[in-house]
Design a binder for this molecule. Structure first.
Ligand SMILES: [Zn+2]
Ligand SMILES: [Zn+2]
Length: 320
């Protein structure tokens, strides 16, 4: 089954490349970019697949058991859809390509010059080579641990919060909100994730599946749906209920979202339990961030980007 999907995916990619991308490059006289374009298509197509799976999983749930209904229209959800499409199909792949590629090349070249082969999970524990599924799960756990701390730092440091507040400003949270992040924040996140993945030696072949699992789980955790995973399940995977508490508008009346200090986990709530930041309070609170401007909450993609950058500059200038 998985093999069939993988084969279909490759066939689709090749068809798009041969019948659409290549002729377009040829027509534009950009054949020198053929190899780069192929890599970009890889990213974009994978992004589209992740969006599709997220829609298939989350949209029916949001319809079935929504937490909130917005009778006055869902105007700000459109902004998050724009975020998702730009991130997963265009901007992020481009950044990953433009920024990560040279960093990765320089890193590899530097290590080679020094004659260093960095240790990876499988070289440190050779027995793991015989247990591919266990190794895969270990990668997930380690990467998720790194994500937990990145998220905590986003709330901890003033400059980082200025960027992350773009994510929290949304008052009409849906599964699209997952991708609502400032561009600068996305770049940091991509470097962080790829850095850790390289450090522990995730094989390139496993990287897409890993990213897909985490992206779909993250989309689901933002979904506008009444869904908790029960007494035991709530400790296993982050549910929409668990992450909604992280996004709560009035956690303790009047306190901005930033200082809630709860439920930072991306995939595994166990980090919050271990580090004392878990909160399983009942109910489905409204979401948003009282410390942000109206434009940050209801602005367009561009408006929220500008507002986030402004907030960052104000913070750096010491004017909060
Ligand atoms: Zn947060
Ligand atoms: Zn979130």
């Amino acid at each position: 089954m998985i093999q069939a999907i993988a084969d279909g995916y490759v066939a689709l990619k090749e068809a798009i490349f041969e019948h659409a991308l290549l002729p377009a490059l040829y027509a534009a006289g950009l054949m020198a970019w053929e190899e780069d374009a192929a890599e970009w298509l890889d990213f974009a197509l994978f992004g589209a697949l992740a969006v599709l799976v997220s829609i298939l999983v989350c949209a029916p749930l949001e319809r079935l058991r929504p937490v909130e209904r917005w009778d006055g229209g869902t105007s700000t959800v459109g902004t998050d859809v724009t975020y998702t499409l730009l991130n997963r199909l265009g901007l992020l792949p481009l950044f990953a390509f433009v920024i990560l590629q040279p960093v990765e090349t320089a890193w590899a070249a530097g290590l080679a010059r020094l004659g260093v082969i960095p240790p990876t999970l499988e070289t440190v524990v050779p027995a793991l080579r015989d247990w591919p599924v266990v190794t895969f799960l270990l990668y997930v756990v380690i990467l998720d641990f790194a994500e937990y701390w990145r998220h905590r730092f986003q709330h901890r440091f003033d400059w980082w919060w200025a960027l992350h507040s773009v994510h929290h400003a949304q008052r009409q949270m849906t599964f699209w909100t997952d991708d609502r992040n400032h561009l600068f924040d996305d770049i940091i996140a991509a470097l962080w994730f790829a850095g850790v993945a390289t450090l522990i030696g995730v094989p390139p072949g496993q990287f897409p599946l890993l990213a897909l699992v985490m992206r779909v789980a993250e989309s689901l955790s933002h979904a506008n749906v009444r869904l908790a995973f029960g007494r035991i399940g709530r400790f296993v995977v982050v549910s929409p209920h668990f992450h909604r508490i992280h996004h709560a508008l009035d956690h303790d009346a009047g306190v901005p979202a930033r200082v809630h200090g709860t439920n930072f986990a991306v995939l595994l709530p166990v980090w919050d339990v271990i580090f004392g930041t878990a909160r399983f309070s009942p109910g489905y609170p409204r979401t948003g961030d009282a410390s942000g401007s109206e434009r940050l909450a209801t602005g367009s993609w561009w408006g929220t980007q500008v507002e986030g950058a402004r907030r960052l500059l104000r913070t750096l200038a010491g004017r909060g």
